[in-house]
Design a protein around this ligand. Structure first.
Ligand SMILES: [Zn+2]
Length: 660
């Protein structure tokens, strides 16, 4: 029996102080597609993911939300898991760095190995520290005295004793290994970047005193210090598979075949990590794939720029496979990618539905209608087959190089060739003169469709399974790519991808209104009439500041389902951030909340005939909208406010009250 070749792939473990965003979705989809591609090749794949949960930022964000640290982390981790499930991510293991049983032993062992090699030492350190990056900043990294990533934050001047790791001792060695591609850094532009960094790399701070980093893994034999992120988080790639607790399992999968990361953490993975592994006498991983950022309207998405695109919303609106198809195609290998919903719709309509889906459907439909669904002979058109084979080989090469956008282009070319071949042969006419030849042409077309189902599987797993099902085959692998499927009866044909209807004619309502459940109401620390509300918006949790304290008790508010403006620019009210606004009717005698009963948190709230805008809105825009109360309901331009399940009710407010 031939044993399968193991393939160990990891995605970076995201930091859990907030809900996942589009960048997280991109990375996990890339890693997933690469894992699936290697499974198609017949390898024994282990796909490892997880979360990075220690550090000051998590500690402080939990405190800010008034939560126990583990409760706070559990909530955010569950959002990442929810996203991964929604994206159809085929991970085999999920490691949390707060896992005392599975993660701590390996992180501690790694530290001890570095000590044994004489590479950990204590030093007084004097530096500028950014709490946003959770890192010390060198003078040359600052822009006008501020952290370029966090220009609004005050930098801290810190003098303290830290443990250090002798990175400088290994930078020459790591350079050679990267230069020689023994640890292959892809794309090349990142390889060059890390080689120049290694020339100037200093030793790195490896611990912080507990007083300044209260949330972390204690340093072995020194209870006054916690490990800084490097040994704590990077070690997840080895602890997850057994390092420090299950040597047999560890040896089975290590070294990693690929780490997948974003360009912002290049140094940690291409300099710190290999140096730590050499010091600990652990073999190095083989490859590092680095993706760029996904931008919107040319800039990085952020709450302050107002161009945030929520991955949950995109999946819901367009479907998971369509989303995967678009985002992988939108991301070039060497640079940043641009996410545009307009382009997404175009690509789905023209390429996925118009080209790929249309080809497969017309072939299967023609076979079923005219030949009872049976593939008999196959047309021996050598030119077409040769061109297809060459494009199939290129597709494989692009997948292997982690270049998904080019792999997708090749696949679309293959279905384009199939379409043209079908069209040029005009089988609907040829039927009358030469039924046998027509049948053979359809035989070749059906084989192209079968090959397409395999080629697209890493990108669109459900779509591929559906196409295979219609072809009456299943679990095809890369080795099944050929033009030999015959004497075979296919299944029922169905449309594979529906076009997205353009709703341009539908008038827009400028606010994104959603149902939110109030989890807790507490008094604002600096204002008598304000509450700070924790709310559940379905795919995320937020906090609101609302001036309803004189009118509602915390008990009345708890578990109430209200209506929230979700796309309003975040604002600080008396020093506390309000991440949106609740809606209430006001007739001059105090606010009455808009509320629902049967709807769920996150449900869309709308006026019939209007489409909610999801782009960020400013408060001024909100203030202009005239929503009026009548008979305990809310009206805008004659339409009443509702969800899919019910009509929204207004508490207390009299007819004519304004909603704000
Ligand atoms: Zn910073």
């Amino acid at each position: 029996m031939k044993s399968k070749k193991k393939f160990y792939i990891t995605a970076a473990i995201p930091y859990t102080n907030s809900a996942p965003h589009l960048g997280h979705a991109l990375e996990i989809i890339q890693a997933d597609s690469f894992a699936r591609f290697n499974r198609l090749l017949g390898k024994d794949v282990r796909f490892q993911v997880g979360t990075d949960e220690h550090g000051l930022k998590n500690w402080e964000t939990a405190k800010k939300h008034g939560k126990e640290i583990m409760e706070f982390l559990d909530e955010n981790v569950s959002l990442f898991k929810k996203l991964y499930n929604g994206l159809n991510i085929s991970y085999d293991g999920f490691i949390r760095t707060t896992d005392r049983k599975n993660h701590y032993p390996g992180a501690i062992k790694l530290w001890e190995e570095l000590v044994k090699s004489g590479d950990i030492y204590k030093k007084k350190y004097n530096g500028v520290y950014c709490t946003g990056c959770e890192a010390f900043k060198a003078e040359r990294e600052l822009e006008s005295g501020k952290c370029p990533n966090h220009p609004t934050r005050e930098l801290q001047i810190i003098e303290e004793e830290n443990y250090f790791f002798r990175l400088s001792k290994y930078s020459g060695k790591v350079s050679k290994i990267i230069e020689s591609d023994k640890y292959k850094v892809v794309p090349n532009i990142r390889k060059n970047e890390i080689l120049s960094f290694l020339k100037i790399a200093n030793d790195i701070s490896f611990s912080r005193p507990k007083a300044s980093l209260p949330w972390g893994i204690p340093v072995p034999d020194d209870d006054s210090h916690n490990m800084y992120v490097w040994c704590d988080a990077l070690s997840n790639y080895i602890t997850a598979i057994g390092y420090g607790r299950d040597e047999k399992s560890f040896k089975q999968f290590w070294p990693a075949d690929v780490h997948v990361i974003g360009k912002d953490i290049l140094r940690f993975h291409a300099a710190f990590w290999p140096a730590m592994l050499i010091s600990a006498k652990i073999p190095l991983p083989k490859k590092l794939f680095i993706h760029g950022f996904i931008l919107s309207k040319g800039t990085k998405m952020g709450k302050s720029t107002g161009n945030i695109i929520e991955p949950f919303g995109q999946i819901e609106r367009y479907g998971v496979d369509q989303f995967r198809f678009y985002i992988l195609g939108a991301m070039p290998l060497e640079s940043d990618g641009e996410y545009s919903e307009e382009l997404l719709k175009e690509r789905i309509n023209n390429e996925l539905a118009g080209n790929f889906g249309n080809f497969c459907y017309r072939v299967l439909n023609f076979l079923n209608k005219n030949f009872n669904g049976v593939i008999e002979g196959i047309d021996k058109n050598e030119n077409v087959i040769a061109e297809l084979n060459s494009r199939i080989a290129k597709t494989r090469e692009h997948y292997e190089n982690f270049n998904f956008s080019l792999a997708i282009s090749e696949i679309l070319m293959i279905s384009h060739i199939g379409n043209k071949y079908f069209q040029d042969n005009e089988p609907w006419k040829l039927m009358k003169d030469d039924k046998k030849k027509t049948h053979e042409i359809l035989g070749l077309c059906a084989n192209i469709a079968k090959n397409l189902a395999i080629l697209i599987e890493p990108v669109m797993p459900d779509f591929s399974a559906n196409l295979q099902n219609q072809l009456n085959v299943k679990n095809l692998r890369w080795e099944d790519i050929n033009f030999e499927l015959k004497n075979h009866k296919i299944g029922k044909d169905e449309i594979l991808v529906k076009k997205i209807e353009k709703k341009d004619e539908q008038p827009k309502f400028p606010l994104d209104l959603k149902v939110a459940k109030i989890l807790e109401a507490r008094g604002h620390p600096n204002a008598d009439k304000l509450y700070v509300l924790d709310i559940d918006l379905g795919s995320e949790k937020r906090q609101l500041v609302a001036g309803i304290k004189p009118y509602y008790s915390p008990e009345e508010l708890k578990n109430k389902k209200i209506i929230v403006v979700a796309n309003l620019k975040y604002a600080k009210l008396r020093g506390v951030e309000s991440q949106g606004m609740l809606l209430a009717g006001d007739d001059g005698n105090g606010p009455g909340l808009l509320a629902v009963e049967q709807s769920n948190p996150g449900d869309k709230v709308y006026f019939e005939g209007f489409e909610n805008k999801t782009e960020q809105a400013a408060y001024e825009e909100f203030a202009k909208i005239g929503m009026i109360v009548k008979n305990g309901r809310v009206y805008f331009e004659g339409k009443e406010l509702k969800t899919e399940k019910e009509i929204v009710k207004v508490e207390r407010a009299k007819d004519g009250a304004r909603v704000r």
